[in-house]
Design a protein around this ligand. Structure first.
Ligand SMILES: C[S@@+](CC[C@H](N)C(=O)[O-])C[C@H]1O[C@@H](n2cnc3c(N)ncnc32)[C@H](O)[C@@H]1O
Length: 227
């Protein structure tokens, strides 16, 4: 068995035993294979929009003697029944692609999502807030020296607004070294954007938004003794 990366291990730790799991955009199929081998899930389904990842996943499953993972070639959750997707993982894609996959799912308001954007986490958080999905838990993880966020989300029915700082750090708390690193990285991104706009008259509003984000993130870290 290919050992799971810290990123996929963290994602797996967000899934309770006894539920049905769907891994959207499975690629190699490492996550569903690990779930299957650890046992205790109601059903495991994996989808991918392309044929070649599906074939790769099939080969990996065959090597491991795994027969009970349902593999489907489809866009997002198309072709997956709601009862097979109680916990749906969408990982390793851009935040905009993830938002689109959630948006096209007819039963999105009735399941839990575990989301891990590779890029554009801010875009994903904006989509979730606008559409009434709350982030129940969010944790950072490092892979190949890059920091990512993993979020557990579900529909609450109440859209909410996010400050600029919250768009960058989401629900991540400075309660571990890697979380603090993530928050500081987001601070530095906002600072770099603010610095680059400081003398650009027509971008005054954008400059202020990034400055505000820096202030909010710094205050948040100070409030948690995380500086
Ligand atoms: C970089 S891989 C991520 C693999 C795995 N989820 C992970 O996190 O390690 C992204 C995969 O998502 C698939 N994908 C992209 N858009 C998709 C969609 N709309 N529906 C299903 N799969 C999609 C791609 O074909 C690719 O195999």
């Amino acid at each position: 068995m290919h050992s799971l990366s810290d990123r996929l291990s963290l994602i797996m730790s967000f899934i309770p035993k006894g539920v049905s799991v769907c891994d959207v955009g499975t690629d190699h199929g490492y996550l569903p294979a690990a779930l299957y081998l650890s046992g205790g899930f109601l059903s495991i389904t994996a989808t991918d929009i392309s044929h070649s990842p599906i074939e790769n996943a099939k080969k990996n499953f065959n090597k491991l003697g795994i027969k009970d993972v349902n593999l489907i070639c489809s866009d997002g959750l198309r072709g997956v029944a709601k009862q097979d997707a109680e916990y749906t993982v969408i990982a390793g894609m851009g935040g905009d692609v993830i938002s689109g996959i959630i948006d096209r799912c007819s039963y999105k308001n009735e399941i839990k999502f575990i989301l891990q954007p590779m890029t554009a986490a801010k875009t994903l958080r904006e989509y979730l807030a606008k559409n009434g999905f709350s982030i129940e838990k969010e944790t950072a993880v490092k892979e190949n020296n890059k920091l990512y966020s993993v979020m557990l989300c579900s529909f609450s029915g109440s859209p909410y607004s996010l400050s600029m700082g919250e768009k960058y750090i989401g629900a991540i708390k400075p309660d571990s070294e890697v979380n603090i690193q993530y928050i500081k990285k987001q601070y530095n991104i906002c600072k770099k954007c603010a610095d680059s706009l400081v003398n650009v008259k027509e971008k005054a509003a954008e400059y202020k938004a990034y400055k505000d984000a820096c202030t909010q993130i710094a205050e948040f870290l100070e409030g948690h003794n995380g500086v």
